[in-house]
Write a protein that binds this ligand. Sequence first.
Ligand code: AMP
Length: 561
Amino acid sequence: MTSFKEFCRVCKVIEETAGSLDMTDLVSELFSLVTTEELPVVTHFVMGEVFPAWSDEEVGLGTGLLLNALSKSSGISVKKIEDIVRDTGDMGKTAVKALSKVSKGQATFSSFLDSPVELSIMEVFERFRNIASATGKGSQTSRIKHLQYLFNSASSEEVGYIARLAIEDMRIGVGEGIVRDAIAKAFAVPVASVERGYMLTNDMGLVAVTAKEGGDEALLNLGLQVGRPIKLMLAQVTPDIETAIKDLGIVAAEWKFDGARVQIHKNGDEITLYSRRLENITDSLPDIVSAVKKAVKANSAILDGEAVAIDENGRPKPFQEILKRFRRKYDVENKVRHIPLTLNLFDIMYLEGESLIELPLQKRREFLVSSVENSDLVRVDNQLITSDISEINSMYEQALRAGHEGIMLKNPDSPYSPGKRGKNWLKKKPVMETLDLVVVGAEWGYGRRTSFLGSYALACHDPDTGRFLPVGKVATGISDEQLSELTELFKEHIISESGTFVEIRPHVLFEVAFEEIQKSTNYESGYALRFPRLVHVRDDKSIEEVDTLERLDDMYMTQRK
Ligand code: AMP
């Protein structure tokens, strides 16, 4: 059994290490050191996750609860702890500082125990699991108690990492790439096999244990499983249809429906639906569940599609309407009546026990068509296989006339590549492309808006350094109602405050439109946006989908041309 203290010792060394090769070595040593039971937990912990991204289990602790627990454990007021957050800019350092001030007379859990406890990695995990499973009345108190127990049983180094795990932000610079290489090194398996295993299972913890127990052979046996969502294949922008034809030759053209992505798992009569962020949204969409049950004839299948909210004329309603359905937990039936949905299926990844992702799109399409009986609610729409530009243009115009976003042009020979954004799926929309940027800060307003967070600082991602680089601020396009919703949302993710500016944990993406992208020395990305305005809060997208610096470079170059 490995102690949590040992885990924290290694994290500290990793945190102080700059080179990614050295970091990989340290993570790999850690993976070799821990037991098989601890391995998946440690794999997630180093990446700042408690549970795998696809899992229904979620820690769900906001900054508010964490501050509350720290206050109870330290005897210091929440207000004073907020001052420390402002000073340190980091929850980990805040926890260490607050708890180092615990007065001798302060009763802690461990002060009631005969001998001080030494936390094991598994015990910390179990406590987080208890926190995640607490529901209903009294759940807040119970969550705070579990956190308090952890804080009061921990040494000062451990306290910092517990606080960071609580908000799933480890800040030691370890991401999927380092974990992938570390698994390969620790268990002497090829990086490509680890990558493939991850692509199919979406769970690095499972991949690590499989590599440890069965080596490369076992990794190659990993496959898709109904009930475990896989990452979605993503699309890249094409400036125009001609370029797409130049890139792909013949294309499979489909409407780009204006809705929200859904991944559908069917196992007999059991249907599970996942959002683009792979959250389980089954309970919010009972109408789609029963329609899928009837329309999909296969016994077991994993399918990909777009749910569209439709008005009385069958035209798509605004995107925000559909999110109201996806998020609904109570009074679902009422929303089913008011915001009816249809589901357009466009891909199939798994059928009757077999993975289809390595098959070419055309072949998958045959399986899709033969597995689905179109109904009013669920359908496989037309697809055109062609290289004829005028034919594609008229499909594009039809899609726009019907109120949809544009068209998708796909490579008919391409496999389904989970989590990949590449040239095999191209999207063509009429408007100038927008950027999906992550909110990293905000400003408290003044006058009528003093109690609202506005003027949001935005950043893109630099995959080379793993950092988020500021691109500017957006304050237009936000209604008063939205401002109040966003303030509530971001309050839970404040890392530090200085004057009226607050730093926000990168978590939520804004889709922003703008007039022009300019070179600028004001922001670390080297770019600034002219007249940016908020188009949508993309809370259907995960942080991994934030646009990269490379995308900004490309946009800048295209614009200059
Ligand atoms: P974007 O959200 O702009 O990156 O565009 C890609 C999204 O378009 C996908 O994630 C789907 O949600 C949506 N979409 C709509 N129709 C299709 C289609 N026929 N094939 C693939 N994606 C589609």
